[in-house]
Design a protein around this ligand. Structure first.
Ligand code: GTP
Ligand code: MG
Length: 201
């Protein structure tokens, strides 16, 4: 059975690396700063209103959440870069990420979400460099595309070409309000699960 976006179910949530069970299934990872729209995207591609909790207050997702999608897992990471969470939480988060990414897991693709209106933040760059270092294939999903007009969008897309940390990274403008990019994101995930690439893109 390939990936199935229509029967996705929440499986488990982990706040500590040592709780995460070893994995056999491919994991599609959703990364991005707090409030960028990770949980909204997850709900969109699975056609569910509230599979993942969406909130206008940042820092909503504070655990690594696993969702089962047929023969793959979708992994909603806690958002980084939110200044107002307590220091011990930032430390726990850093350890959680480090632990997760250093485990021997099957990670064929990450979706790096970035707000289309702004350049990648320092934390976004750290996240993408971590993915590059680990050889994890990723695409840039440019969220909240509904907030820009055509001219602004074209300008930002041109800027992203040299703001992203490597050449040739696939960019998908996305909006959970207009559904722009939903099919492209699903196709990118389905392709990778059907025929995973080795190493870097
Ligand atoms: P954390 O769980 O805190 O890491 O946040 P998140 O990345 O999961 O973001 P979430 O999906 O909860 O969305 C944050 C806010 O942005 C909510 O108010 C959403 O309604 C809004 N939002 C998400 N996607 C879009 C979009 O495509 N367009 C617009 N205009 N707003 C969006
Ligand atoms: Mg979230």
């Amino acid at each position: 059975m390939p990936i199935n976006f229509n029967s996705v179910e929440f499986e488990s949530a982990f706040g500590l690396t040592k709780q995460i069970p070893t994995s056999d299934l491919p994991e599609i990872i959703f990364c991005g700063r707090s409030n960028v729209g990770k949980s909204s995207l997850l709900n969109k591609i699975t056609n569910r209103k509230s599979l993942a909790r969406v909130s206008s207050s940042p820092g909503k997702t504070i655990t690594i959440n696993f969702y089962r999608a047929g023969d793959a897992r979708l992994v909603d990471l806690p958002g980084y870069g939110y200044a107002k969470i307590p220091k011990f939480e930032i430390e726990r988060f850093a350890k959680l990420m480090e632990g997760y990414f250093s485990q021997d897991r099957n990670m064929p693709l990450a979706l790096q979400l970035i707000d289309i209106r702004r350049p990648p933040t320092k934390d976004d760059m750290m996240m993408m460099n971590l993915l590059l270092d680990r050889g994890i294939n990723f695409i840039a999903v440019l969220t909240k595309a509904d907030k820009l007009n055509k001219t602004q969008r074209a300008a930002r897309l041109a800027e992203f070409e040299h703001e992203l940390p490597a050449e040739g990274i696939t960019m998908i403008p996305f909006s959970s309000l207009t559904n722009e990019g939903v099919n492209e994101v699903k196709a990118a995930i389905a392709d990778i699960v059907a025929s995973p690439k080795d190493g870097k893109f």
